[in-house]
Design a protein around this ligand. Structure first.
Ligand code: GLV
Length: 327
């Protein structure tokens, strides 16, 4: 009996490929660069499933060109690379990897916040450049973290994890804004107080963005929002590129309208706005918030389990559009 064919569109752990090979004919794109759209379509011919990483766009044009496709399993919790209505209309299921990355990503939110507020990378560059013979009393003096006000925009599982770390670990006053307010129990559990967006921007010493990307969150932080922040504030984006207007942010950092930013995600990544590469008061990382060995393995396994479960038993574990399967 011929086995169903799937595409793994990015390199993943060998043991996950092995697991998939027990069930499927696996075409594995093991190159470090993503497949351009036309090549992705070509490689998807005859495939019923795909394992993607969030950088492969699954839109109507691709779906129409790949009519055999039944499931796309993202190895990411975010799925803004999916055109969900287009997938549902064609009864293509999408899945993501919630929960397995929550705490790891919250850890990284804090790592970036600390590195940004305490100017870790800027000072490392100084040391590596052999400049340490110079010294000043205010050398790399950054912003206080403990006891300061932590603002969180977007309060899903990762936002709550960051809130808990701030409130319980660093004695921070935590405020948040979200489309919907948490229950009083959840607010108490993570020590966070709901405020409107204007108060969040005005009060936060450190503002962490953890909201999903959508048309309504596009440029949620632009020049107008940055102007409402404290000039001493730091801005941390571990959410998605496009939520911050990167060009406006680069101007604000250069003009010191805010003190610093820490960015793990970028508009148009892997390309980074050139002005962000030249301002000193920004910490830049290449979308690694969930990157621990254990978590990346758990994400890959969950994506693979979704493919196996759906293509062999008709049930996905973490579907994002279960409506695609409605009779
Ligand atoms: C990473 O950005 C993810 O969505 O998992």
């Amino acid at each position: 009996m011929t086995r169903p064919a799937i595409l793994v569109a990015r390199p993943v752990f060998p043991q996950v490929i092995e697991l998939l090979r027990q069930h499927f004919e696996v075409d594995h794109h093991a190159g470090d660069n993503g497949l351009p759209p036309a090549e992705l379509i070509a490689r998807l011919q005859g495939k019923v499933g795909a394992l993607t990483t969030g950088s492969e766009r699954i839109d109507a044009a691709l779906l129409d060109a790949c009519p055999q496709l039944r499931i796309v399993a993202n190895m990411a919790v975010g799925f803004n690379n999916f055109d969900v209505p287009a997938m549902s209309a064609r009864r293509v299921l999408g899945t993501n990897t919630p929960d397995v990355l929550t705490e790891t990503t919250a850890d990284f939110g804090f790592a970036l916040l600390m590195a940004t507020a305490r100017r870790v990378t800027e000072s490392e560059h100084f040391l590596r450049a052999g400049l340490w013979t110079q010294w000043r009393y205010d050398m790399f003096a950054g912003a206080e973290v403990h006891g300061s006000t932590l603002g969180i925009l977007g309060m899903g599982r990762i936002g709550q994890g960051i809130a808990r770390r701030g409130a319980h670990g660093f004695g921070m006053k935590v405020i948040y804004h979200n489309r919907s307010r948490l229950s009083p129990e959840l607010e108490a559990g993570c020590g966070a107080r709901y405020v409107d967006k204007a108060e969040l921007l005005a009060q936060a010493d450190h503002l962490v963005l953890v909201l999903p990307y959508s048309a309504s969150s596009h440029h949620a932080i632009g020049a107008a929002e940055i102007a409402q922040m404290k000039p001493t504030a730091t801005l941390i984006n571990i959410a998605r590129g496009g939520i911050v207007d990167d060009a406006a942010l680069a101007v604000a950092l250069r003009e010191r309208r805010i003190a610093a930013a820490g960015l793990d995600v970028f508009e148009g990544e892997p390309t980074v706005h050139p002005d962000l590469l030249t301002v000193p008061n920004v910490v830049l990382t290449p979308h690694i918030a969930s990157a621990t060995v254990a978590t990346r393995l758990a994400m890959a396994r969950l994506a693979a389990d979704n493919l196996v479960s759906y293509l062999t038993r008709g049930q996905a574990l973490t579907p994002v559009n279960p409506q695609a399967l409605a009779p």
